[in-house]
Design a protein around this ligand. Sequence first.
Ligand SMILES: [Zn+2]
Length: 217
Amino acid sequence: MTEASDRVLDHLLDGYRRFRQTGWTPNRERWESLREGQQPEVMIIACSDSRVDPSQIFDVDPGEIFVVRNVAALVPPFENTPGHHGVSAALEFAVQVLKVKEVVVMGHGMCGGCKAALTQELHGNEPGEGGFVANWISLLDEARAPVADEFGTEGRPAEKQMEQAAVKVSLDNLMTFPCVRRKVKNGELTLRGAYFAISDGILHLMDSETGKFEAVS
Ligand SMILES: [Zn+2]
């Protein structure tokens, strides 16, 4: 092992030991009850970005939120093509087995995935050399066009538009899943868009009527 990996592991294990003392032990009963199973009422789809941890932002306990994180917090459309549909598998489990009441898609400021969708800087790269990301964020190509036309492809105004448009793409794609569509129509499931602005730490919720993101007070 290198010195750097020793340092990283030490940092993680220091945190683990703090967690065992201050997080796990006082809540032992809660952890034991969770052994029987989980009943989260909400699924959150967030970006893998290290700055936007849903558990931290919503200050929730273990067992409360079912989370999928990926580059740019994207949900692909319903597809039954061959392949390994990780987000779709998690969504299916949350909606059909756990029967969550809400699915929240949370985009965020300074999103590298959304920025790359806008600039298309990874376009044409080989898998493993940026190609996987390029392919993944091509889910945003359609939404990118009007943003690029109006705001260009660089700078925060354009990036913010892309970040918020990406949330809407995921919400639209969620509705392409028959089980989601059915439950939304029956009133058993609510879809919500959210946006966490890293610069000021303020959460915004999308107004489903206007599509605008409003700061939560
Ligand atoms: Zn991101």
